[in-house]
Design a protein around this ligand. Structure first.
Ligand code: ADP
Ligand code: ASP
Ligand code: MG
Length: 418
């Protein structure tokens, strides 16, 4: 069994949907679960809806309708005039409008997830119907019926046991049909929609792969595979044919956007191969990430993480080295689910580098400002170079204004001002 995942870039328009249909129909052998994310940049557009809605700006309604129009326009190019897809799309977006009209909750994350998930619900409806029209039998499975999570909205944690149970007992899945389902979304036990964190569809693919003991997860991207740096920013990027799980984990942990960081572990645990390949050149092989005894020589791997914030904590009584202080600070990051990208301790300060998530940072500051002096620096970038050498270090770091540096045998990390 194989799992496919198609991201937003692959289905930005009708041509994209036709293209992935061709890819699917050329690879119909073996049972497939096909995980699909929202069309193009729909999720970003839906974030504007959420932000306008929570700040009580009526513009949110126009934004919903613009997004609906986009889906209708794509559908017009795929289906005949009398096809019922239009009604389906209207119904999906009507649901969002009625949620907004009747909602009484003020919980941002909850509102966000109920609205934002419509992107995946709409895209999968179109893809599933189009595949049917092209003679590819499939069923559309609502991921919220099987992906069970906690209620940490916007960044929900998978309840593996319940999800496993639901997937293993789902008739559609056990009946050996080709399944189209949404990436990125799940639901709490009370059936409220949750999301798994931005770009989380890769992770959904890995959840299915793990639970169903798939042979392989293939994620179809706009790039040929994994390179030693972002090929869209660096023309000399080197294509990497094979990678170990370890290397892939490292590079995605440090922020290489090509694979969602949570994707690797569930695959590694079951020894499932991950292939990253291009929907633009589907005849070419991509990057294979798997277990192997072979020693792979990697080129220097460069990862850029922009929009970083440096938070420095010093205890008010200058007693920093005490483990208790570290525990209190790290606990606060954990409570607020703010992932630490780099951490460094000094005699009286602890420096922490995180993504710029203002609400989470404010919550942490509120929790800790009683006991600690907190300094804050933003507009920073974290550059990580794995397997660094003199030439790469010189090329990427020359004349940079460095705020923090960390070096191990394999990894160099430097925080710079943009
Ligand atoms: P999806 O369509 O699944 O959402 P993404 O846009 O999240 O795909 O990921 C693909 C993008 O990742 C590429 O367009 C590329 O710009 C970026 N990228 C960043 N680092 C790398 C890398 N090391 N190798 C390949 N692509 C990379
Ligand atoms: N549509 C979601 C996002 O843009 C999930 C994904 O594409 O992986 O974050
Ligand atoms: Mg993405």
């Amino acid at each position: 069994m194989e799992i496919y995942k198609f991201g937003g870039a692959s289905i930005v328009d009708a041509e994209g949907i036709k293209n992935i249909t061709k890819i699917i129909s050329n690879n119909l052998d073996g049972k497939k679960i096909i995980v699909v994310s929202a069309l193009g940049k729909t999720t970003n557009a839906l974030e504007d809806v959420v932000n306008n809605y929570v700040s009580k700006d009526e513009k949110y309604l126009n934004y919903i309708r613009e997004i609906r129009e986009y889906h209708l326009m794509v559908s017009e190019q795929l289906f005949p005039e009398n096809h019922n897809i239009k009604f389906k799309i209207f119904a999906i977006f009507d649901n969002v409008e009625s949620f907004c009209a009747s909602n009484t909750s003020t919980l941002y994350g909850y509102i966000y997830d109920q609205i934002i998930s419509v992107g995946e619900l709409a895209s999968t409806t179109i893809v599933s119907e189009y595949l049917k029209q092209e003679g590819i039998k499939n069923v559309l499975l609502d991921a919220r019926q099987i992906i069970r999570t906690d209620n940490h909205y916007t960044d929900a944690k998978i309840n593996w046991e319940k999800t496993k149970n639901l997937i293993e007992n789902n008739d559609l899945i056990t009946n050996n049909q080709t399944i189209i389902t949404q990436g990125f979304i799940g639901a709490t036990s009370e059936k409220f929609t949750t999301t798994l964190g931005r770009e989380g569809s890769d992770f959904t693919g890995a959840i299915f792969a793990n639970i169903l003991n798939a042979d392989k997860l293939t994620i179809w991207k706009d790039v040929k595979g994994v390179y030693n740096s972002d090929p869209n920013n660096y023309t000399e990027a080197i294509f990497i044919k094979k990678m170990s799980y370890r290397e892939a984990t490292e590079m995605t942990y440090y922020g290489a956007k090509v694979i969602h960081p949570k994707t690797i572990r569930p695959l590694q645990n079951k020894n499932i191969t991950l292939e990253v390949r291009s929907y633009k050149t589907p005849e070419e092989n991509g990057t294979l990430i798997k277990n192997s005894n072979e020693v792979i020589e990697y080129p220097p791997i460069i990862v850029y993480k922009e929009n970083q914030v440096l938070l420095s904590f010093s205890s008010k009584d200058f007693s920093f080295t005490e483990a208790e202080n570290l525990r209190i600070i790290l606990k606060s990051f954990d409570n607020n689910r703010l992932k630490i990208n780099t951490i460094q301790t000094g005699a009286i300060t602890l420096s922490v580098v995180v993504n710029n998530k203002p609400e989470k940072i404010d919550a942490i500051k509120d929790e800790l400002s009683k006991n600690f002096e907190i300094r804050f620096n933003n507009n920073l970038s974290l550059i990580t170079i794995r397997h660094f050498d003199f030439y790469t270090e010189d090329t990427f770091l020359r004349n940079k204004n460095v705020l923090l540096e960390q070096r191990t045998r394999e990894t160099l990390q430097v925080l710079i001002r943009d």
